[in-house]
Design a protein around this ligand. Structure first.
Ligand code: HGY
Ligand code: MN
Ligand code: MN
Length: 405
């Protein structure tokens, strides 16, 4: 049994047009009108494939294909929200490959013992509302529904109000439920598979991730008459921290990464000394203890930077997910499927977070990676060749047939 490459390619192009940027990338932030249109399109495809569609209280969408027995479903899915000026593969590829696997079962009139469910998780990216993977986090019982509902975007708009506005505030409880296994196909978003000429990554797990929010408060003042000796410049303190964050991985471990991705300066004009900076810090490492050590170093560098510039600060380590090994049964099934298909593959660890990270807390979970050209992602250059997508989707189909039988 093999997926229909042309049909899959067409769906990728079709969905990729919703939120497409002039450079051929994608901006489709969670719960915006673009996200709504992508959800509506995918729901229409689910219904056309005969799936029973339901929406839960976090706006997660589930399309269920009946099995021959009333058993826990085999769930496959990902997300359709993107980062700003992102790519057309991160998230949506996993959703569309899962849809294609189901369409192929329909073509073959194949009946699986376990039901098969296609899942779309809300706000995986954590670009508009923090933290990332918020909706699978609620489903896994790791994030309180109320906290998720009250998450606010940069304009102060609440997540729950946006769910309501786009018509995806469902009634199904967003809680752990019996699931045979959760499978997510995703782009690698790194260079390893392409460098080694392999089409499929058998993902063994995901690194630990910690997100912090740091606010420096100085004294906003005029850039002209204010003597240097009296200045309390929030952006100078922030600059110290940006440099220090860059140096932390070398002090902690060879596999650590640390990033300041967000830096909001106010009032952010030429002739005013910045009174306030809000910035993000993202730290990741395969080892929990390394992340803990890095956050300790961060606390210290922030304290020093504030003291030397005479500004105050607030530092909140507000999100943490542990290193997440995937279930050996599922990892083994992915490897067996790649072998039986004769696909070049390798085992690999994910440096990116995914909804699978939370799903692993409530059911046997695994992932399938496909290569990213030049390792690029979270950018408009994001791309994966159709040959690799085809191998990945067939691997997904065969893992599904293996685990759902
Ligand atoms: O942050 C991540 O790794 C994912 O893209 N949300
Ligand atoms: Mn993703
Ligand atoms: Mn992403």
């Amino acid at each position: 049994m093999r997926i229909d490459r042309k049909r899959l390619e067409h769906s990728i192009e079709e969905l990729g047009r919703i939120g497409e940027t002039p450079n051929g990338g994608l901006t489709r932030l969670a719960l915006t009108d673009g996200d709504k249109r992508a959800r509506d399109q995918t729901v229409a495809w689910m219904k056309a494939a005969g799936l029973r569609v339901s929406v839960d209280r976090m706006g997660n969408i589930f399309g269920e294909r009946a099995g021959s027995e009333p058993l826990p479903p085999l769930m496959m899915g990902s997300h359709v929200d993107s980062v700003p000026t992102g790519g057309k593969y991160d998230g949506q590829l996993g959703v569309l490959c899962a849809l294609e696997a189901i369409r192929t079962l329909n073509d073959e009139r194949a009946r699986t013992r376990h039901p098969v469910t296609l899942a779309i998780f809300t706000n995986e990216e954590g670009a508009r509302f923090q933290p990332a993977m918020i909706a699978s986090g609620v489903m896994a019982g790791k994030i309180a529904l109320e906290d998720a509902y009250n998450a606010r975007d940069r304009n102060g708009i609440r997540l729950v109000d946006e769910l309501e506005r786009i018509g995806y505030l469902g009634s199904e409880p967003c809680v752990p439920r019996p699931i045979r296994a959760y499978l997510e196909l995703h782009i690698e978003q790194g260079p390893l598979l392409e460098e080694e000429g392999r089409s499929v990554g058998v993902v063994e797990g995901i690194v630990a991730i910690a997100w912090s929010r740091l606010t420096f408060t100085g004294v906003q003042d005029h850039a002209g008459p204010t003597p240097m000796r009296v200045r309390r410049d929030a952006v100078v303190a922030a600059a110290d921290v940006v440099r220090a964050v860059r140096a932390i991985p070398a002090r902690v471990g060879p596999e650590m990464v640390a990033t300041v991705g967000r830096l909001d300066v106010s009032p952010n004009i030429t002739n005013a000394i910045p009174g306030r900076v809000v910035m993000s810090v993202d730290v990741r490492d395969p080892k929990e203890e390394n992340v803990t050590r890095a956050l300790g170093l961060l606390d210290q560098v922030v304290k020093d930077a504030a003291a030397s510039e005479g500004v105050s600060y607030e530092l909140e380590h507000y999100w943490r997910v542990p290193p997440t090994p995937f279930h050996p049964e599922v990892v083994g099934a992915v490897e067996r499927a790649a072998q039986s298909l004769g696909v070049r593959y390798r085992r690999i660890l994910s440096g990116a977070g995914h909804d699978a990270q939370y799903m692993a807390a409530i059911c046997p979970t695994g992932m399938i990676f496909v290569p990213s050209r030049n390792g690029r992602s979270h950018c408009e250059e994001e791309f994966t060749p159709m040959d690799d997508i085809e191998h990945g989707a067939n691997t997904l189909l065969h893992v599904l047939l293996d685990l759902a039988q």
